[in-house]
Design a protein around this ligand. Structure first.
Ligand SMILES: [Zn+2]
Length: 56
């Protein structure tokens, strides 16, 4: 699954970032242009699904 363009600025190449919450690593997409962050997911696929729901 590919991430859609940024819902805010339309940038077409958001990248994955990750962080630890309560010792659990979560993933989310970040836009390099406007630096918005998508919803977190336990996998990059979940993060992508969340991002695409927001972008839809
Ligand atoms: Zn953006």
């Amino acid at each position: 699954m590919n991430a859609r363009n940024c819902p805010f600025c339309g940038h077409n190449d958001p990248y994955y970032d990750e962080m630890a919450i309560d010792g659990l690593t979560v993933y989310y997409l970040t836009c390099p242009e406007c630096e918005c962050e998508g919803p977190t997911g336990r996998t990059t696929q979940e993060a992508t699904e969340g991002w695409n729901r927001r972008a839809a």
